[in-house]
Design a protein around this ligand. Structure first.
Ligand SMILES: Cc1cc2nc3c(=O)[nH]c(=O)nc-3n(C[C@H](O)[C@H](O)[C@H](O)COP(=O)(O)OP(=O)(O)OC[C@H]3O[C@@H](n4cnc5c(N)ncnc54)[C@H](O)[C@@H]3O)c2cc1C
Length: 450
């Protein structure tokens, strides 16, 4: 039996820092090795503002780690999607019932800095400029390289946790020992980040308390607010076809695309050409593994185990939920192999469910938020959520505002979608519905959500 409460985490990004804190607070000896330099010393990579939507699952983990208050001080509330139609009209589609059901835009760099401070305060030993290169699992020795000068550094470990993101070096080392059943499915769409600066008076240029969406069928733009009064805009385009990253190649091409398809956004992005040409194009993919651990020697979590497309804004939230689950299993079960197996059994089906929902949400965001059938189904969804709050909880709310397992939200969401399609078929408005029939169908098909 393993009673040595020491652990080595690879990656001091979002999940690495939270897991380290949760374990250190429980008396574990935690070492974290990070490839990059300390962002608290040298500023965050590239200096660009990149933000993330934080929701209840993530906030729960932050509360447990004692980080929620500090994070929320710099978070910007987003009440719903502000849809920008092609003709310039806008429409705010609320996410929840009121301001208790919202999501929060947080700055990735600031969040990482807060989490590192809290980890260090909890007693975690942080080692920067240490990129994992290889692992000798039999001897339990890991080899790290300092990217600045190529010098090698070895460390003994009891178990390794891979919190080193989608391109995980630990995953590659584990795959040399055993078949992890790894496959990556590329979406065929990529993204580019652009920026809306503050207005001349220092304020926000557009409504700050919303996630802005410009849905255009096969492609879209979104914008999330930052506390420094800027917005990070993300343009999602297919890799091939018209328009795509193959046809929109230069800053001038990007300007022409915006003039045609995102006309109200164009004047908000004065450095469009420069941003488009300077910022990298990011690939989008879903990573599936059948196996997340090697006995008690190593385990993966967060993006290293289940990277997903960003359209539900849940990658980080899910990674934080992983941290809570893994810390719980490690604490409850002294046998590492058993703890890792229990963690995988709990989390893998849920990761698969949110990966699937994230893919579905792309279609919804870029193509459906402005179509009539969808708007009628959304209206019925809101009515049913009011009439049957214990039975009919919109899928977005189950994922975003509750902490029920993702797999359960996925399954209930499927049943609810079937009901919405069925009940609105042949209707142009809710006024013509037979409400007795509607209520009976809900009671029959949806048991109360425990
Ligand atoms: C465009 C986009 C938008 C997104 N928006 C959202 C959102 O709104 N909400 C949300 O919840 N999620 C969002 N996500 C997903 C989110 O970014 C990830 O799920 C989250 O960052 C995963 O955290 P992680 O700690 O597992 O990995 P990461 O945050 O990638 O951290 C990995 C860390 O490991 C380090 N590392 C890498 N290799 C090594 C090595 N060999 N040795 C040592 N260290 C190493 C890295 O430097 C990094 O610090 C988005 C993702 C993208 C691409």
């Amino acid at each position: 039996m393993d009673t040595d409460r020491r652990i080595t985490i690879v990656g001091a990004g979002l999940a690495g820092a939270v897991l380290a804190t949760l374990l250190a607070q429980r008396g574990w000896g935690v070492d974290v090795y990070e490839k990059r330099g300390d962002p608290r010393v040298q500023g965050y990579a590239g200096g660009r503002s990149i933000n993330l939507a934080l929701a209840e699952r993530g906030r729960h983990a932050l509360r447990l780690a004692g980080a929620d208050e500090a994070v929320m001080r710099q978070a910007v509330m987003m009440r719903g999607r502000m849809v920008h139609f092609l003709d310039g009209r806008t429409d705010l589609q609320r996410y929840g019932r009121d301001d208790s059901e919202v999501i929060w835009s947080v700055h990735r760099g600031e969040l990482n800095v807060i989490l590192l401070d809290i980890a260090q305060h909890a007693g975690v030993r942080l080692h920067f400029h240490r990129g994992l290169e290889s692992v000798d699992f039999a001897a339990r020795r890991a080899r790290f390289v300092d990217p600045r000068d190529g010098s090698a550094h070895e460390a003994q470990f009891v178990s390794l946790v891979g919190a080193d993101g989608a391109g995980s070096a630990l995953r590659a080392a584990m795959a040399r020992q055993a078949d992890l059943g790894e496959r990556t499915e590329y979406l065929g769409h990529s993204y580019k980040e652009l920026e809306i600066p503050p207005a001349p008076d220092g304020g926000f240029r557009i409504e700050p308390n919303a996630l802005h969406v410009w849905p255009r069928g096969r492609y879209m733009c979104i914008a999330l607010p930052n506390d420094e009064r800027t917005f990070t805009v993300t343009l999602f385009l297919p890799n091939a076809g018209e328009p795509s990253f193959a046809s929109v190649r230069s800053g001038a091409d990007a300007r022409a695309l915006f003039a045609r398809d995102f006309a109200d956004a164009l004047p908000l992005i004065p450095d469009l050409e420069r941003d488009f040409e300077r910022n990298p194009t990011g690939l989008l993919a879903t990573l599936y593994l059948d196996r997340w651990h090697l006995a008690g020697e190593a385990v993966l979590l967060g993006d290293a185990a289940h990277a997903m497309v960003p359209f539900h804004g849940q990658g980080m939230n899910c990674a934080f939920e992983d941290c809570v689950a893994l810390a719980g299993h490690l604490d409850a079960q002294p046998d590492r192999a058993a703890a890792f197996a229990a963690f995988q059994a709990e989390r893998l089906p849920n990761a698969r469910a949110i990966q699937a929902m994230a893919l579905e949400n792309y279609l919804e965001m870029r193509d459906r938020v402005d179509d009539d059938d969808y708007l009628l189904q959304r209206a019925l969804e809101r009515a049913l959520a009011e009439r049957h709050p214990d039975r009919f909880v919109p899928r977005y709310s189950m994922v975003t505002f509750l902490r029920i397992p993702y797999a359960l939200a996925f399954e209930r969401g499927r049943l609810q979608r079937e009901l919405l399609v069925e009940l609105t078929r042949g209707h142009a408005s809710l006024d013509t519905l037979d409400w007795d029939r509607v209520d009976a169908a809900v009671r029959e098909r949806l048991p109360p959500l425990a």
